[in-house]
Design a protein around this ligand. Structure first.
Ligand SMILES: [Zn+2]
Ligand SMILES: [Zn+2]
Length: 292
């Protein structure tokens, strides 16, 4: 298999691709782009495995995203199970979800599958606070659930994919705590990194990668951070169907667009696209233990 790039974080098994999932995956593989499709709750974690099973060059992760810890009005109909219908009412993305807790036994079964290469995405998101929820209680709850999943990753000996928004100090502390306990031998990545160069350095001390999305093609602060972070610490991802890079802003995202993120990082750093491809793909292989 000739894969030049790895999209280390996408959601190609989400409902946004119901009509053409196989074409999207095949198009990316044909373009030399392998991918890791990421679970966010019990259903999407299981569905990701089903897709990864079908293709060499597609891997998956399992975990519980912080936005799924509270019952809330759904803000993202992409995450509905395939074929799931939305009740008529306040618009297509408006349904209630139930709160989930991390279920060790359920995820332990999923983790046995050879295509599951990491635990995540999970972590801390202090940005999106559901209405009526106390911020301090939310933080505590997210920390508890993140700690559980860090320990779980240690138990199943897999790296972690961390979602972190407006919470880098607390997130780094949780990781430090688990490493101090003798855990996280495989380490992990802070996905969709939008922090500062200083925050990236914090993660470098912990031997963690940071991963850039399409935001690096249009976000000035993220460009600054990407310039400062050494290539040896960088992964690239689309987070598709979200965060479409320039020049495709406004269109649905897909894994093959990860090349535009690599191209932008090459320009920011003044190195060749080949160099970015070579190093970031080696980084992804190292972290996730991919063989191809
Ligand atoms: Zn995320
Ligand atoms: Zn994601």
């Amino acid at each position: 298999m000739d894969l030049k790039f790895i999209d280390t974080h996408c959601h190609v098994h989400f409902q946004a691709y119901n009509a053409d999932m196989d074409e999207v995956v095949q198009r990316s593989l044909d373009a030399g782009v392998g991918m890791i499709t990421v679970g966010t709750q019990s259903t999407t974690s299981k569905n990701g495995i089903a897709l990864a099973e079908k293709y060499a060059g597609v891997w998956c992760t399992i975990g519980l995203h912080p936005n799924h810890l509270h019952a809330q009005e759904f803000f993202d109909d992409n995450e509905l199970a395939p074929g799931q219908q939305v009740a008529p009412g306040d618009g297509p993305a408006h349904i209630k979800t139930r709160a989930e807790r991390f279920d060790w036994d359920y995820y332990r079964e999923l983790a046995k599958h050879p295509k599951v290469v990491a635990v995540g995405e999970f972590g801390l998101d202090y940005y999106r606070v559901p209405p009526g929820v106390d911020l301090e209680a939310l933080k505590q709850d997210q920390k508890d659930q993140a700690r559980e999943q860090l320990r779980f990753a240690t138990e199943v000996n897999k790296p972690v994919v961390i979602h972190c928004r407006d919470a880098h100090a607390d997130q780094a502390e949780l990781i430090r705590e688990e490493i101090a306990r003798g855990g996280l031998a495989r380490r992990g990545v802070i996905h969709c990194f939008t922090g500062t160069a200083e925050e990236a350095a914090l993660y470098r001390e912990l031997d963690f990668y940071v991963s850039f999305t399409g935001i690096v093609t249009f976000g000035k602060n993220v460009m600054e951070a990407a310039r400062a972070v050494p290539l040896e610490q960088i992964l690239i991802e689309t987070d598709a169907p979200y965060l479409t890079p320039a020049p495709y802003r406004g269109k649905r995202n897909e894994p093959q667009f990860v090349k535009h993120i690599a191209q932008q990082i090459a320009e920011l750093k003044g190195v060749s696209l080949e160099e970015v491809a070579r190093v970031t793909t080696a980084n992804a292989k190292q972290l996730f233990g991919l063989s191809f």
